[in-house]
Design a protein. Sequence first.
Length: 66
Amino acid sequence: WQAKELLVHLESMLANDPVVVKRGEHIVEVKPQGVSKGKVVEELISTMRNEGKSPDFLLCIGDDRS
């Protein structure tokens, strides 16, 4: 119930800010709108390629959908 209470409070406090507030299985997450782990990975790979580097492989592991 504390997570739900925190979620409601954060949503209220950040209603006018360009952020996303959400609750996962064991988390409450606040992040800028339009930002995701996938977008960050795309940007990192793009930067590497612009510098003449390329990853050999990419491994993504997680324990929660967030």
